[in-house]
Design a protein around this ligand. Structure first.
Ligand code: GLN
Length: 264
């Protein structure tokens, strides 16, 4: 069977979970297995190797985990169920942080780093010197793998927010867990595969912002900035925690990034 034909067959199988994305997902799965050209021949054995991947996807596991990698800001990142899947919404935060880096302002702390996608993007594309912190040792191992994959080095620290972080930084970037208990309870199938540790922000989803607001000044240099991803309903609540903040929208026009400048 040629790849084009296999694409059609896999897309047919994936329809119940992938809907109109089924064809694209079939292409991703084939490419991840080394089949790029539409007219390449696929043997019976090759087709068998794809079966477990298709099964996983059919069980509701997100495509990104099945592939084991995903792109963020045009860079490749390994992902598995110990870290959140990098999202386009978070690219807005990375883009804003990149615009704030300069020759003499490039010490960055990525708090709750997960896969490492934000910090590593800033190191790879902005020459940032990055410290990446997370409470999860699995996440820190993933960040280290991803740093190697992108040819940069980042310092990793196992830390519950700022608890074990040392030093001061020009930029602090964070996509902390921010879903409320109600949102966690109502979360759809795909989010159930992602680590609750990385999603659950306490009863009202605000726990991490409150703790960050209490402590960030000790770690942010004068002239520096704190950049936080937020849920699109959290703008007012997060703004109320910080004086002098500015809100930036994501590409869908929803409030997504809070920038707090340290102007003193
Ligand atoms: N953006 C994610 C979602 O809504 C949540 C990410 C987070 O809690 N940091 O699914």
């Amino acid at each position: 069977m040629i790849v084009r034909k296999a694409e059609q067959k896999i897309a047919e199988l994936l329809k119940p979970v992938a809907g109109e994305d089924a064809r694209t997902e079939a292409v991703f799965l084939l490419r991840a297995s080394g089949f790029h050209s539409p007219y390449q021949e696929l043997s019976e054995t090759d087709a068998k190797l794809l079966e477990p991947l298709i099964e996983r996807r059919l069980s509701g596991e997100p495509l990104q985990y099945v592939l084991g990698e995903w792109e963020f800001y045009g860079l490749p990142f390994y992902v598995d169920e110990t870290v959140l899947i990098p999202r386009p919404d978070t690219e807005r935060l990375a883009e804003t942080a990149l615009s704030l880096l300069s020759e003499d302002k490039r010490d960055v702390l990525d708090l709750c780093c997960g896969s490492g996608c934000i910090g590593i993007t800033l190191a790879a594309l902005g020459g940032a010197h990055v410290t990446a912190a997370d409470i999860s040792s699995d996440a820190l191992s993933m960040t280290e793998r991803n740093a190697r994959r992108n040819g940069v080095s980042v310092r990793t620290v196992q830390s519950d927010l700022f608890d074990s972080v040392e030093g001061t930084f020009d930029l602090i970037v964070s996509n902390p867990p921010y879903l409320s208990q109600a949102e966690i309870d109502a979360r759809d199938e795909s989010l159930r595969f992602e680590p609750a540790l990385a999603l659950y922000g306490g009863k009202d989803g605000m726990d991490f912002y409150r703790r960050i607001a209490k402590d960030y000044r000790h770690f942010l240099r004068p002239g520096g900035a704190l950049l936080l991803e937020i849920g699109y309903t959290q703008r007012e609540a997060v703004e109320a925690l910080f004086a002098n903040s500015e809100c930036i929208e994501d590409y869908g026009g929803r409030p997504r990034v809070i920038v707090v400048r340290n102007d003193d």
